[in-house]
Write a protein of this length. Structure first.
Length: 328
């Protein structure tokens, strides 16, 4: 087995080829990827079927390579980003560059389980969901920017023509966002398994349509993860700094993960702590122990993502009885 490390960015792909210790850089487009694979065939000849592409999922940037591998039956090891960070620390990689990352990814083949090395499958529904989620994030960002701008100018002249124009823009963006959410639900209905997973996650009282969609997308994006890793990839893992007696900072969340996941989970928490008896009780227990409100909310966010991940993995619906048994 020959592992080819590929560090993917928006415009380029840095590549490490173990044979002859070669470093290579290509443009991130179909023509360049196809030309590169032709060169690999000449290098590896009869062993070409034994190569494995090792890379991290970088959203839309890695989709082209993933699709190419699927169409050409190229085996891949798609690396969990958190694992690659930990692996880099373990092997003592302190310097960071695109080519060094490619070399490190190539070495990560030793961590791969047998079932993790496979030809990627392309699900049209999943790919369409990725695109809609990206557009949803873009619309949310635009609406937030408009709201911030409106707040800034409203102090000076709330009835100005600019204020009215921005309000109309916010209303238009909100309508587009609602339309995208409905479109994502319609897309999911095309895939029985995905729609069933969406429905299962939605059975958690407090988790609405968009929260369930975002969580499902998060789980699809990182399929080979455990509970600790899926929480970490949402940026909800606690971190703290301590050294001797001089440095003792309070624990806080890393935020080194999906911002969209955190923001939608926060909205879900607002509802869950009011209407979900089990999560409400958990929240109140933390409050009674003197925990700050924000700390309690983050704890419930973690609880929701862990429960949702379990429902997704086990194809189950939320059960208060099972939750209480699990929490005991």
């Amino acid at each position: 087995m020959y592992s080819i490390g590929l560090d993917i960015s928006k415009a380029t792909i840095d590549i490490y080829i173990p044979i002859n210790n070669l470093n290579h850089k290509i443009d991130n487009n179909s023509k360049s990827v196809k030309s590169f694979y032709s060169k690999l065939k000449k290098l590896y000849k009869n062993d070409i079927e034994n190569i494995v592409f090792v890379f991290e999922p970088t959203g839309s940037y890695s989709n082209l390579l993933k699709k190419f591998c699927s169409e050409n039956s190229i085996k891949c090891f798609i690396v969990n980003p958190k694992k690659s960070i930990n692996f880099a620390k373990a092997v003592g990689q302190r310097n960071k560059s695109d080519i060094q990352d490619a070399v490190m990814l190539s070495k990560m083949i030793v961590t791969a389980l047998e079932e993790e090395i496979k030809v990627p499958s392309i699900n049209d529904v999943t790919e369409e969901l990725h695109e809609l989620i990206a557009y949803y994030k873009f619309l949310l960002k635009q609406r937030t920017q408009n709201k911030n701008h409106l707040e800034a100018i409203s102090v000076k002249n709330p009835t100005s023509i600019i204020s009215k124009t921005i309000k109309q823009e916010i209303k238009s963006l909100s309508l587009k966002i609602d339309k995208i959410i409905n479109e994502m639900k319609s897309i999911l209905k095309k895939d029985k398994k995905l729609y069933e997973a969406f429905t299962n996650i939605s059975t958690i009282q407090g988790v609405g349509d968009i929260s369930a969609i975002v969580l499902l997308h998060h789980f699809i994006k990182y399929p080979n993860t455990n509970q600790k890793e899926i929480v970490s990839l949402a940026g909800l893992d606690p971190i703290s700094k301590s050294s001797g007696t001089s440095i003792q900072s309070k624990a806080k969340i890393s935020k080194a993960g999906s911002k969209l996941c955190r923001s939608t989970l926060f909205m879900a928490v607002m509802v869950a702590v009011r209407f979900n008896d089990e999560l409400k009780e958990y929240y109140e227990q933390l409050k009674n122990r003197g925990k700050h409100t924000t700390v309690c909310q983050i704890a419930v966010m973690r609880k929701i993502i862990i429960i949702a991940h379990s429902l997704y993995k086990n194809n189950e619906q939320y059960s208060a009885e099972k939750y209480n048994k699990f929490a005991a």
